[in-house]
Design a protein around this ligand. Sequence first.
Ligand code: GRF
Length: 205
Amino acid sequence: MSVVVLISGRGSNMQALLDAGLPVVSVIGNRADAAGLEIAARRGVVTKAIEHRDYPTLEAFDAALAAEIDRHSPTLVALAGFMRILTPAFVAHYAGRLLNIHPSLLPAFPGLDTHRRALAAGVKVHGCSVHFVTEQLDHGPIIVQAAVPVRPGETPDTLAARVLRQEHVVYPRAVRWFLDDKLVIRSGVVSVKGNDAQLVYSDRD
Ligand code: GRF
């Protein structure tokens, strides 16, 4: 059992996976200055930067990325704030073993800037989703969601911080389920053997 984590930045979700004791064998970043790479290295995890800017096409970058990932023959590849669009060939190569965490209650607010857009839409509940990755950006079977109520006076930053705390709860949970072979997908809907809760509702902090 092993997990390769892909990051682009600070890597707090990656750290949550490490803190949960999950078998992360490597952390790969598409920028050498991704803060999370240094954090992972300090924790004894093999790290690698594959700079997307060094490759002329998306395909060339994805091929280099896949070659590095496959050196580890991981059970699972976890995107954790990895800010690159992946090619269909890459997604197909890891079909069924590629997860992402997205800071909204999908299918609402795919893409960037989710917290600001959620506030602008006036939603009363926001949150995050862990899902299997498919070719369509921020789509794919949803494994677990955490819901966070939107409070009066909320700003994108306050909302982001509260959602992020829940991301750190649900991502390790989803990865654990995957590694324990507890996830079942039927007609695009994921259930968990043993009926563990696929919804976290947090109104405490
Ligand atoms: C998280 O909000 C994640 O959901 C999104 O990008 C952010 C990454 O944060 N995809 P971090 O690098 O894990 O701290």
